[in-house]
Design a protein around this ligand. Structure first.
Ligand code: ZN
Length: 313
């Protein structure tokens, strides 16, 4: 996987680069928080399934994929699903000196939108008006700018994979009226959510989708769809640490220091009518309209040097 991120080099060189990247990934500590617990399972889907069940399935899938990807220090905060306070979730992540905190949830809607229906001969409630994911960050987190940056990268990966954000938390209603700071990417600023406010590392709450929506519940139960979500998160983690590095003092370096490529990519552009002079232009990150946060892709053709990454080019 990491080899595809490396522009050039001999095969032996690539192996060395891959090892460096794997070593780097193994030092990154990622805390996955499974929203709610077995006893207090959160929302209920249109078919009557508890949110906790959805959260756990995605969280476990994400953990397994992260471990396979080389993030051997990834862990689930509350693997057993026992009751655990928000404060204790924060404490677990802080005590383990996690580098990133992702709280996994699945969404519902305000009660006034719920409609009664019968499923398996039992009364259930649904709402098909809203669908999509949401990402929350807190501006009171001590590294709020990094939380927001991770949220942007995640939103970009999800939308590129054809997922759409839900905007229903911004509706002017009691219990909603959230501050939608990035509409295209579905990012809300919610300062006082405990787990993302008090964690001492970049932190987001990720609502994977709306389980009271009957179609979206089917999608969120589908393994291929869950795999797209998990892969989007992992690709976001790759980009985030590749570009913005650790927050821990003991690991104050970025992946670029493990690899021979520079963070900045030189670009040569014609600056005069007769093309006799050239100027080198550097872009720190991809110049696409949606901030994907990836490094630009170095291309030698003058006509395609636009500072875009491989995905956006
Ligand atoms: Zn929840």
């Amino acid at each position: 996987m990491i080899h595809s991120l490396i522009a050039s080099g001999s095969s032996s060189h690539k192996i060395k680069e891959g090892n460096a990247a794997d070593l780097y990934k193994s030092k990154i500590i990622i805390a996955i928080d499974i929203g709610h617990s077995k006893n207090k399972p959160g929302a209920t889907s249109s078919k009557g399934i508890s949110e906790y069940y959805f959260n756990f399935n995605i969280g476990k899938l994400l953990l397994n994929k992260l471990l396979a990807e080389g993030y051997t220090n990834a862990f689930i905060v509350n693997y057993q699903g026992d009751d655990i306070s928000l404060k204790d979730r924060v404490n677990v992540a802080n005590n383990k000196k996690a580098d990133l905190f992702i709280s996994i949830h699945h969404d519902s809607v305000q009660p006034k939108y719920l409609i009664s229906w019968r499923h398996n001969k039992k009364q259930k409630f649904y709402c098909d008006l809203f669908s999509g994911y949401s990402i929350f960050y807190s501006n009171k987190n001590i590294v709020a700018n990094k939380s927001l940056m991770f949220a942007k990268i995640l939103g970009s990966k999800l939308t590129r994979n054809k997922l759409t954000p839900s905007l229903h938390h911004a509706e002017k209603l009691n219990g909603e009226s959230r501050d939608l700071v990035n509409k295209p990417l579905g990012i809300y600023r919610v300062d006082d959510f405990g787990v993302i406010k008090s964690t001492k590392m970049p932190a987001v709450i990720f609502e994977c989708g709306i389980i009271v929506n009957r179609n979206e519940e089917l999608l969120l139960s589908n393994h291929a769809y869950k795999a797209i979500i998990a892969t989007s998160i992992i690709n976001s983690i790759n980009v985030f640490f590749r570009n913005y590095g650790h927050t821990r003092n003991s690991l104050q370096h970025s992946l670029s220091q493990c690899l021979p490529l520079p963070l900045t990519t030189p670009q040569t552009a014609s600056t005069s009518a007769n093309h006799s002079q050239t100027a080198t232009v550097y872009h720190q990150s991809c110049t696409s309209a949606a901030p994907c946060g990836q490094r630009p892709y170095q291309r030698r053709s003058l006509t395609t040097l636009r500072g875009l990454c491989r995905s956006c080019a």
